[in-house]
Ligand binder design. Structure first.
Ligand code: AMP
Ligand code: MG
Length: 427
């Protein structure tokens, strides 16, 4: 592997002590490749999974020209421009039954929605406007050529990709696969992610809270975020700030996962040995990202066995609970999607909204404040969730969006427009 750190430092504007958010995200995305390995699975097991190859339509969908309405199949040239036209009823074309009838000049056939068009027919007249008089069918004027007809292949064309490699399968895509008669699809294997929390102050749930300690919440938010992304999550628990325990944890994680996510241990106040250890076991960049919350972050590769060790990507996230979630959504989420083979990697939808409260803001960094969206007089508005400290996890629980304040922006006055990133329903 060419040196990761050398590659980074060769890019212009690379400054690990002040990295813009966009730049850090781009460096990560440019470095990662989708995991190797795929599997064929039944459509029922393919929801949210990622296609590893194009799905080529083996035939046209729809397979035949057919009617979009219940009505009467006609030859448009037979119809009078003004005044009614009397046509002779020669039978019925049903959906799902081969149609043998041929509609000749002056003739019509009753046709059901989805029934293949009889030969000679080029338009369908809806049944509600038609009068039937014995064998005669009376069509009013004003019918358009080709109306109420679905052409063969107007949805999917034989031989062309119906879905492209890199597509993450939602219900619509499952339906498309089924419409092609395919029972199985080739999917990239799930991304395996190992995670652990570091810190001597951490207590695990279900045990008494010792004096001066905090419960380890990051493992649960991380587990939830990774599970929502469709990863296989390996939860390795809490690892003490102890060199031997940490080294063992990194080695074990690198041996079984594509990516390792840790929380804590990368901030300035942390014992340096954690950073040293990360750097010794592989190649890791320690970034100070120009953002709040979430300034310190480590990214790199843990390869305890050296060059030939498959190893795992490392995302060393800060310890503060909100910083964990913000850095996860801004950097790890796109990274995991890239590893999972999603192409293109979708950002959160972002749009302007009117901020109804004033907010403080430091210069020179991107801030991700938490907000709640609502509509007022047809306009999207956002209200900050209150105290925005990086330990206030309840601000994340209340939020449905990030209010993203660009580096050059200073304080926000009530009523000013801000950019929001929608996460509700997406995370
Ligand atoms: P650190 O980055 O390790 O210096 O941690 C920063 C802050 O986040 C400290 O107040 C920690 O107690 C807190 N913290 C670290 N890890 C966790 C965790 N897993 N769950 C909850 N809080 C944590
Ligand atoms: Mg710590």
């Amino acid at each position: 592997m060419t040196s990761l750190l050398k590659t980074f430092s060769c890019t212009d504007d690379y400054d690990p002590d002040s990295l813009p958010v966009e730049r850090a995200r781009q460096l990560i995305l440019d470095t990662l490749q989708p995991v190797a390995g795929h599997e064929r699975l039944p459509v029922h097991q393919a929801l949210d999974r990622v296609l590893v190859e194009d799905v080529i339509a083996p035939f046209n969908v729809p397979a035949h020209d057919n009617s979009a309405m219940d009505g009467w199949a006609v030859r448009h040239a037979d119809l009078a421009v003004s005044g009614e036209t009397r046509l002779k009823n020669i039978g019925t074309a049903f959906a799902g039954r081969p149609c043998t009838a041929k509609v000749g000049a002056g003739e019509t056939a009753r046709i059901m929605t989805g029934a293949a068009l009889p030969e000679g027919v080029d338009s369908v007249v809806v049944q509600e406007v038609v009068r039937v008089d014995g064998d005669a069918v009376i069509i009013p004027p004003g019918q358009r050529l080709e109306q109420h007809i679905r052409r063969a292949g107007e949805d999917l064309q034989a031989g062309k990709p119906a879905l492209s490699a890199g597509k993450q399968l939602r219900p619509a895509e499952l339906g498309i696969i089924a419409s092609l008669g395919l029972a199985e699809v080739s999917l990239r294997r799930r991304v395996r992610v190992a995670l652990f929390s570091t810190g001597d102050e951490l207590c695990s749930v279900g045990t008494p809270l010792l004096s001066g300690a905090v419960y380890d919440s990051n493992r649960y938010t991380l587990w939830g975020m990774l599970t929502r992304l469709g990863c296989d999550v390996i939860d390795m628990g809490v690892v003490r700030d102890d060199p031997a325990a940490l080294e063992a944890a990194f080695r074990e994680a690198a041996g079984c996962a594509d990516a390792i996510i840790t929380s804590g241990g990368v901030s300035v106040g942390e014992a340096d040995f954690i950073k040293q250890l990360m750097a010794q076991l592989g190649e890791v960049a320690f970034w100070k990202i120009a953002m709040k919350p979430g300034r310190p972050m480590a990214f790199g590769r843990i390869q305890p066995g050296g060059e030939n060790d498959a190893g795992a990507w490392l995302f060393g996230l800060p310890g503060n609970p909100v910083a964990v979630m913000v850095t996860f959504y801004q950097f790890v989420r796109p990274a995991i999607l890239k590893l999972a083979g999603v192409n293109p990697v979708p950002p959160f939808p972002s749009f302007p909204a009117r901020c109804v409260d004033a907010m403080k803001k430091g210069r020179g960094r991107t801030e991700f404040q938490r907000g709640v969206l609502f509509q007022e007089n047809g306009e999207w508005c956002v209200r900050p969730t209150g105290t925005q400290g990086s330990g206030i996890l309840s601000s994340m629980a209340r939020a449905d969006c990030f209010i993203v304040l660009e580096p050059e922006r200073e304080k926000v006055g009530a009523g000013e427009t801000v950019q929001v990133q929608l996460m509700s329903g997406l995370v």
